[in-house]
Write a protein that binds this ligand. Structure first.
Ligand code: NI
Length: 199
């Protein structure tokens, strides 16, 4: 049975670390299964290893068979029954980018806060390994390309609002100051508890 893992909140230092490449693939399938379970449980479209406390270059992403516009407008209530593809990407690298798009993003580590102005590349090619180490290439565009770029950023310690133009980033942080401060408090409390449990 896959396990739902606690999702780390904004303020947890692991979210700002550059993740290490995966060299040892043993046990990765179990981690990936748990991350997929966690992503579904929290209703997300992607989840990166740092979000469950591991500074490791791995993320999972779900692709849903909905019209892109509908998917973006209805992010919160995407039905799981129309799941089209599930990706587990280990050591991912973007090797081609073209075009630009601006759209809405949120993050399971920054719950309840969104920005409509996040710029991303429109089309990408991503090279990655699966949980057994086999190499793959995927070409993606639109919403899936956005999700992959968001998750890949997590492996660099970058959060979606960091991608906003400087003025919008400042107003985003200003507008959400109290909520973000509360998340930071919760993140610290979680880490204290974790440390106590581990003795
Ligand atoms: Ni995120």
């Amino acid at each position: 049975m896959a396990e739902v893992l606690p999702v780390r909140l904004y303020g947890d230092p692991v979210l700002r670390k550059k993740a290490r490449p995966v060299q040892d693939f043993s046990g990765l399938d179990e981690l990936a299964e748990n991350m997929v379970e966690t992503m579904f449980e929290y209703g997300g479209v992607g989840l990166a290893a740092p979000q469950v406390g591991l500074a490791t270059r791995l993320f999972v992403a779900a692709e849903y068979a909905l019209e892109e516009e509908e998917a973006e407008a209805d992010e919160e209530e995407r039905p799981k029954s129309v799941l089209k593809n599930l990706y587990v990407m280990v050591n991912p690298r973007i090797t081609y980018r073209e075009g630009t798009q601006v759209g809405t993003e949120g993050c399971l580590s920054i719950p309840g806060i969104y920005s409509d102005d996040v710029p991303r590349d429109l089309q990408i090619r991503v090279e990655y390994q699966d949980v057994t180490g086999q190499p793959h290439t995927l070409e993606a565009e639109g919403f899936l390309a956005r999700v992959i770029q968001h998750e890949l950023d997590h492996l660099e310690g970058v959060l979606f609002f960091d991608r906003l133009p400087p003025e919008l980033r400042r107003s985003f942080l200003d507008e959400h100051r109290d909520e973000l401060a509360e998340m930071q408090r919760q993140a610290k409390a979680f880490l204290r508890e974790l440390k106590a449990e581990q003795g």
